[in-house]
Design a protein around this ligand. Structure first.
Ligand SMILES: *Cc1c(COP(=O)(O)O)cnc(C)c1O
Length: 347
C-alpha cells in the first residue's frame, strides 16, 4: 500500500475473481461462462464496427435499449446499459443505498460494493436448505439485494415470493440480480410497471456468450433510470464501447440461437446432476448454468485441488457454511463426461 492511498480505502478488501489461467489446458468450469461462442452474426457486427472506433460510442446506447425494450416489453426509458452488470449493481447501490441487506450466502460482490461506497450492510442467513424465507426480508429504509436465482447455490425464488419482498418494503429499493434468470428462473421485469421501488439487473455474460465483451442492463421505472443516468454521466458516459454495443445488438437479433444454447446447457445440467447423484453426491436443484454439490467422500477444497491437478477447474468457497461444496459451471456434454470420469478416479 502506498502512503498516498486515502484512509477511507485502507481497509478495503477487493472482490476475488475466479481464476482465469492463460494457458488453455484446463477444462474451465469455474466462472460460469458459456461454453458456446457468439454466433457468426456477432463476429460480423464487431468487424463492421472497427472503422468507427475513431468516434466515441453512443452514450445513450439507443439501438440496444430499443431492441431490449422490444424483447422485454418495457419502454426504452426504463433501461440503462452498463459495462457488465457489476458496474450497474454499483451504480444502484451508489445512488440509492443508505444501508444494504442481503443473504449471508450470495454473490460476493455485494459486500465489496457496500464497503467501497461506505454503506453499512447486514446479512440474513439462508435457511438450513439454502432457501430464502421472504418473511425475514422486511427492512424499512434499507436497500435489499437478492440474486435470483441465487449464486452459488443455484436456487431460484418464485416470482410470487419476489413480489412479496417488493410489497413488504415500499420504502426501500429492492434490487433483483437476474444474472442467471435465462436458465430457469422467473424474471421480475414484468413487475417494474407495477412497483416503483423495483430494480432488475441482467447480463450478457452468462446466457448470451459475452462475458469478455462486458455488457449488462438494468430495468426499472423511468425516474430511477434517470437518477442512475445522472451518476453514469457524472462518471463514465461512454461506459460501453462500440464493438460491445454492436455485438449486443447482433446477439439480440439472434434470440433463437441464445435460446437453443440455453436449452442445451439446461440439458447438460440435468445430465451432470444425475451422473453426480449416481456416485453419491448431494446436488442442490439448480436453475442456473452451474450446480452446487458436495459428497462425504471428499472435502470440497480437496476435490477442487485434485480436479485442478487433473486439468479441470471448478470453484470452491472457503466460508464456513459452504466449504463442503464445489460449484461447477455447466459446459459441453463432453466436458461433463470428463469431469465425472475424473471425479470417479479421485473418490
Ligand atoms: C456473473 C454475475 C454477475 C455479473 O456479471 P457481469 O459479467 O458483470 O455482467 C452479477 N451477479 C451475479 C450473481 C453473477 O453471478
Amino acid at each position: 500500500m502506498s502512503k498516498f492511498l486515502l484512509d477511507k480505502y485502507k481497509d478495503l478488501v477487493p472482490y476475488t475473481p475466479g481464476e482465469q489461467p492463460k494457458d488453455q489446458q484446463y477444462i474451465k468450469l469455474n466462472t460460469n461462462e458459456s461454453p458456446f461462442s457468439p454466433c457468426e452474426a456477432v463476429m460480423k457486427a464487431i468487424e463492421n464496427e472497427v472503422p468507427t472506433l475513431k468516434l466515441y460510442s453512443d452514450p445513450e446506447c439507443k439501438k440496444l435499449r430499443c431492441k431490449l425494450a422490444e424483447i422485454y416489453n418495457v419502454n426504452e426509458n426504463e433501461i440503462m446499459i452498463g459495462s457488465g452488470s457489476d458496474e450497474l449493481l454499483n451504480y444502484v447501490i451508489m445512488a440509492f443505498a443508505k444501508e444494504l441487506v442481503f443473504p449471508d450466502i450470495t454473490y460476493g460482490f455485494y459486500k465489496v460494493f457496500a464497503d467501497v461506497n461506505k454503506v453499512p450492510y447486514t446479512t440474513i442467513p439462508l435457511e438450513e436448505d439454502f432457501t430464502i424465507d421472504v418473511a425475514k426480508y422486511v427492512a424499512p429504509g434499507k436497500m435489499i439485494v437478492i440474486a435470483n436465482p441465487n449464486a452459488p447455490t443455484g436456487i431460484a425464488l418464485s416470482l410470487e415470493k419476489v413480489e412479496q419482498i417488493i410489497k413488504n418494503n415500499p420504502t426501500s429499493i429492492v434490487m433483483i440480480d437476474e444474472a442467471y434468470v435465462d436458465f430457469g428462473g422467473e424474471s421480475a421485469v414484468p413487475l417494474v410497471k407495477k412497483y416503483s421501488n423495483l430494480v432488475v439487473t441482467q447480463t450478457f455474460s452468462k446466457s448470451r456468450f459475452m462475458a469478455g465483451a462486458r455488457l449488462g442492463f438494468v430495468i426499472a421505472n423511468e425516474e430511477l433510470i434517470k437518477d442512475l443516468n445522472t451518476l453514469r454521466y457524472s462518471i463514465s458516459p461512454y461506459n460501453v464501447n462500440s464493438m460491445t454495443l454492436a455485438a449486443g445488438i447482433a446477439t439480440l437479433e439472434n434470440e433463437d440461437y441464445t435460446k437453443s444454447k440455453c436449452l442445451e446447457i439446461i440439458k447438460n445440467r440435468e445430465y451432470l446432476s444425475k451422473s453426480l447423484k449416481n456416485i453419491g453426491f448431494d446436488v442442490i436443484p439448480s436453475s442456473t448454468n452451474f450446480i452446487f454439490a458436495k459428497t462425504d467422500k471428499i472435502e470440497g477444497e480437496k476435490l477442487y485441488l485434485t480436479l485442478k491437478e487433473k486439468g479441470i477447474l471448478v470453484r470452491h468457497f472457503k466460508s464456513e457454511r459452504i466449504k463442503d461444496y464445489v460449484r461447477i459451471t455447466i459446459g459441453l456434454k463432453e466436458n461433463m463426461d470428463a469431469l465425472v470420469k475424473a471425479i470417479k478416479e479421485i473418490i
